[in-house]
Design a protein around this ligand. Structure first.
Ligand code: HEM
Length: 211
């Protein structure tokens, strides 16, 4: 998904050097030079999403994108090497070492160990058990601003679904490109072929299926 929020969230990094984000595809459009007094990567995410008018509830809600799908070792092996992230549940970490025995392998594992193929609230239950895969996932339970939201979603799937509809709609309204400034991807992971490059609206997309 290439929405501004996911790009911001996925590309943002917070380390000893501070937080920096690459907001374009290879094209550096903006950086935030320091983590704002950060207890962890959560602060950098909260700051970068706030710039998009997304609040901490939106951050927790949208992170549920990780309730399905897989993660590559390279996306989380900094939690294993050179030393084990203390926020990892030890038996969970042990299994991650089986998947990623050394740094930079091309192996993958599921994002949500409880229900890897279901869109549900178990992602939040994982976090309560310190079994979130990415630093950004587990960080949601380590930050006092987001922890209560994680806990409430873990205990109430209907509440999570309700917030998901709201936050996804909000995110969908960010930086909408109209006319031929943008395109609706027919395949989420590739730009459209040049013959239907200018599909600009859902109506266009539907009509194109007729031919
Ligand atoms: C605020 C919401 C989100 C945050 C903070 C977030 C954060 C992250 C982070 C930090 C990574 C690891 C990137 C890396 O280090 O390489 C990642 C990977 C990923 N995220 Fe998200 N994400 C969010 C929402 C979503 C959503 C909504 C989806 C999909 C619907 C999604 C799908 C993915 C996928 C497919 C990966 C790649 C995993 C891999 O191949 O290793 N994310 N995300």
């Amino acid at each position: 998904m290439r929405s501004p929020v996911v790009v911001a969230a996925r590309e943002g990094r917070c380390d000893e050097e501070g937080f920096s984000g690459d907001w374009g595809e290879g094209e550096s459009q903006g950086t935030v030079s320091r983590c704002p007094g950060s207890p962890g990567p959560g602060s950098a995410l909260i700051t970068s999403l706030a710039q998009l008018n997304l609040n901490t509830t939106d951050l927790v809600t949208l992170s549920s994108g990780h309730t399905i799908g897989i993660g590559h070792c390279t996306s989380f092996d900094s939690r294993l090497f050179p030393s084990q992230d203390p926020t990892l549940n030890p038996p969970f970490a042990k299994n991650l070492y089986l998947t990623c025995p050394v740094k930079n392998t091309t192996n993958t594992t599921v994002n949500d160990i409880r229900t890897p193929n279901l869109f549900d609230n178990k992602y939040y239950v994982d976090l309560l058990n310190r079994e979130g895969l990415f630093t950004s996932d587990q960080g949601l339970y380590g930050d006092s601003r987001t922890k209560p939201i994680v806990t409430s979603f873990a205990g109430d799937q209907a509440l999570f679904f309700q917030n998901f509809v709201y936050s996804m709609t909000k995110m969908g309204q960010l930086s909408v490109l109209t006319g031929n400034k943008g395109q609706i991807l027919r395949n989420c992971s590739a730009i459209n072929p040049s013959d239907n490059h200018f599909l600009a609206t859902n109506v266009d997309a539907d009509e194109s299926k007729l031919f």
